[in-house]
Design a protein around this ligand. Structure first.
Ligand code: HEC
Ligand code: HEC
Length: 305
């Protein structure tokens, strides 16, 4: 018995030594591609994402949020975002700076590609940063109130058009701040999750979208000016420009130009509310039950590629 244990222990030691030696050899060999302009492998990407999501949510628990709809807070958030975040994350109508485009992982366009974090989690990320991801910590540089201001502003971001962002960031335009505040209070529905697909189908027909698109379930839709909207619910991108999710699709239908300047798709003059209903209908096209989450279709980066 004694003798056998000795071999087990020696075997384990030898295996440990070999693994350590292999690891060192790998580090010193120079095989690993460290260049930031080569994408991470799928495995490293998965490890980073998983690590981030679990680490952030286990630490963010006990931060309590102030009233994020307060106008002053939004105004400060806009100024802070413009100064500290737009370089890497861009803003409506503002391309990321050269530095932001060269980072790896790619800093997401926060107006359209943000993951589903809670307010406390967003606060935590901005305050503490994300190690191994190039997201800087903004504390102690910014106060708690200033970090909350950026969180409030990130929440308002998806509804802001390039024109609104430009005017607001130049002059702190009071009318636009009022608009942000109204959006934050939920006065207007913000996503197709709030929309009614039946009403949406009726509106798609009434607005004559079929003159340019083939749309399942919609009478007289034979147009070829735009792409067929068959299985739109499974599409990852809208017009190749932004992720296909309820918010972005509604924004696109309300004002295509605000989502992709210079697009050939005209605005049909639908109100924001009508756009929300139409998005709800279009997202049912080709949708597979397994891909539909509580907020509609999951963001494309979560779908299996
Ligand atoms: C130097 C570039 C840089 C700056 C400046 C920067 N970020 Fe980031 N940020 C990143 C990178 C890179 C990531 C990580 C992307 C990943 O891991 O997928 C990130 C991630 C995030 C995330 C998580 C997004 C998600 O979808 O999970 C949030 C939120 C965020 N940043 C907010 C901000 C805010 C607010 C500011 C300004 C106060 C800011 N960032 C400034 C580079 C930057
Ligand atoms: C005058 C023709 C025209 C009309 C009317 C029109 N569209 Fe479009 N649509 C286009 C074109 C062209 C594109 C491609 C734009 C691009 O890729 O920049 C497009 C793109 C789209 C896309 C993105 C498709 C994709 O494959 O990414 C959707 C969704 C869409 N339209 C829905 C609608 C709806 C709903 C209506 C009615 C409210 C409508 N369109 C009315 C011409 C039109």
């Amino acid at each position: 018995m004694e003798g056998r244990w000795k071999y087990v222990v020696l075997g384990a030691l030898a295996a440990g030594f070999l693994a350590a030696a292999g690891g060192l050899a790998f580090l010193y060999s120079g095989i690993y591609p460290i260049a930031a302009n080569e994408p991470h492998t799928k495995v490293v990407d998965w490890v980073l994402t998983t690590l981030q999501e679990h680490s952030v949510s286990s630490r963010a628990g006990d931060v309590s949020a102030p009233d994020l709809t307060e106008r002053e807070l939004l105004a400060d958030g806009l100024a802070l975002y413009n100064r500290h975040c737009a370089v890497c994350h861009g803003a409506p109508g503002v391309e990321r700076a050269i530095m932001g485009r060269g980072l790896n992982p790619d800093p997401p366009r926060l107006a359209t590609e943000i993951r589903d974090w809670s307010n406390a989690e967003l606060f935590w990320i901005v305050a503490n940063g994300l190690k191994m991801a190039g997201m800087p910590a903004f504390q102690p540089g910014l106060s708690d109130r200033e970090v909350w201001a950026t969180v409030a502003f990130m929440r308002a971001l998806p509804g802001i058009s390039p024109e609104e962002y430009r005017r607001a960031s130049v002059g702190g335009d009071a009318r636009i701040l009022a608009l942000l505040e109204e959006r934050m209070r939920g006065a207007t529905p913000r996503g197709a999750a709030d929309g009614d697909p039946t009403e949406g189908r009726r509106l798609v027909e009434a607005y004559g979208c079929g003159s340019c698109h083939i749309i399942p379930g919609v009478a007289n839709s034979k147009g070829h000016v735009g792409p067929p909207l068959t299985k739109l619910g499974l599409r990852h991108y809208i017009a190749g420009a932004v992720l296909n999710n309820p918010e972005n699709l509604a924004r696109w239908l309300h004002s295509p130009e605000a989502v992709e300047p210079g697009t050939a798709m005209p605005s049909v003059g639908a109100t924001r509310e009508e756009a929300v209903h139409m998005a709800a209908y279009l997202l049912t096209l080709g949708a597979d039950e397994s891909l539909v989450g509580p907020r509609g279709i999951l963001p494309a980066r979560w779908l299996p590629h």
